[in-house]
Structures are given as C-alpha cells and as structure tokens.
Design a protein around this ligand. Structure first.
Ligand SMILES: CC(C)(COP(=O)(O)OP(=O)(O)OC[C@H]1O[C@@H](n2cnc3c(N)ncnc32)[C@H](O)[C@@H]1OP(=O)(O)O)[C@@H](O)C(=O)NCCC(=O)NCCS
Length: 163
C-alpha cells in the first residue's frame, strides 16, 4: 500500500510499515498501550503504516476492522495515528487521515476514529480531514491514570469521497 498527496508544497506519503523502518520518538500521553491486553485469539488485526514527508518518517498510523453486523458491507475501519512532536501542528495529521480514509473507503462504507474528549488537536485534525463528529463514547477508554475516559467518535462515509 502506497498513497501520496500534497501538503503545502511537501509530499505526504503513507506506506506499509516494514521491519527495517526506524521510527521517530512519538512519545505522548496518548501512547501508553498494554502489551498483553487481550489473549491472542481476541486481538484484532492491526495494519500498520508509516507517514513520510518528503521521504522522512514523521509518524505511524494503524487501522483495524470493526464489525457492525454479520454482512460484509457492515465492516468499518477504525484508524489511529501518532506523529513525532516536532512534526505536529503543520497539517500532516489531517492530510494523512484524509489520504488513509480515502484509501480505506474503497473497501468499506465507513471509516471511523475516536479520540479523547480533551484531545482537541486530533478532533480538529479529523474535521479538517473530512470526518464528522458523531457523539460521545462514555467511559470507553481505560488509561494509565486508572480511570475510564470519555471518547469522541468521528466518521467518514463513502459518499464523502471526491469525484
Ligand atoms: C493528533 C495529531 C495526530 C494531529 O496531527 P497534526 O498534524 O498535529 O494536526 P493538524 O496540524 O492536522 O491539525 C491540528 C489542528 O488542531 C489545532 N490544535 C492544535 N492543538 C490544539 C488545541 N490544544 N486545542 C485546539 N486546537 C488545537 C491546530 O491549530 C490545527 O487546526 P488549524 O489547522 O485549524 O489551525 C498529532 O498532533 C499527534 O500525533 N498528537 C499526539 C498523538 C495523538 O494524540 N494521536 C491521536 C490519538 S487518538
């Protein structure tokens, strides 16, 4: 998978993560994951990609299937991403989320993304990428502070694709 788009004169590219990729430090308060959070047979398959600007890796993206019913057409994709701190706030996140959702909407009717109610940068970034705010997922995410946090759900559907 390789997708390229323009960002203020720079080329933003998304491509599959390879074992040879050297990833930047993306440390942030949103990135604390449990290693063994679910048994292997309950783990969703996470697809992983890198985000590059003019050939330099600036962050990573992932996506997994979410099933809303027993029919093939009920499969949605849920996406997430993280950028290196120095590469935030320049429109890269919104461009990357637009490119990836454009691509995933070829194989599903819905692409969604949820983020903490306090993560205003990601909420704005999703809106710029063409996602619509749908509502609050109460207590959906358990975090390192020992509390369940509310998330905001955003989504794009296939009818928002240009052309
Ligand atoms: C969230 C993230 C992916 C967004 O990507 P980005 O390239 O930084 O975002 P963009 O530049 O596309 O858009 C950010 C928008 O939010 C705005 N913004 C940034 N911080 C903000 C804040 N604290 N409050 C309100 N708006 C904010 C910016 O002004 C910009 O809007 P504008 O272009 O209208 O001015 C990136 O910041 C990141 O990796 N953060 C850490 C990891 C993370 O939170 N991942 C998402 C987890 S669900």
């Amino acid at each position: 998978m390789r997708i390229t788009g323009e960002l203020h004169g720079n080329l933003v590219e998304i491509r599959d993560l390879t074992p040879l990729d050297v990833l930047p430090d993306q440390s942030s308060e949103w990135d604390a994951w449990d290693d063994d959070w679910l048994p292997d047979d309950e783990q969703p398959t996470h697809h992983r990609a890198v985000i590059l600007v003019d050939g330099r890796i600036v962050g990573t993206m992932s996506w997994h299937a979410v099933l809303y019913g027993p029919t093939a057409g009920s499969r949605a994709w849920s996406i997430g991403l993280s950028l290196a701190p120095n590469d935030r706030g320049r429109g890269i996140g919104s461009r990357a989320q637009q490119l990836l959702s454009d691509h995933l909407l070829q194989t599903a009717h819905r692409v969604e993304a949820s983020t903490d109610v306090d993560n205003h940068a990601e909420q704005r970034s999703l809106e710029k990428a063409g996602f619509t705010r749908e509502g609050i997922l109460r207590g959906a995410q358990y975090r390192a502070d020992g509390r369940h946090h509310d998330l905001v759900m955003y989504a794009r559907t296939r009818d928002t694709l240009a052309g």
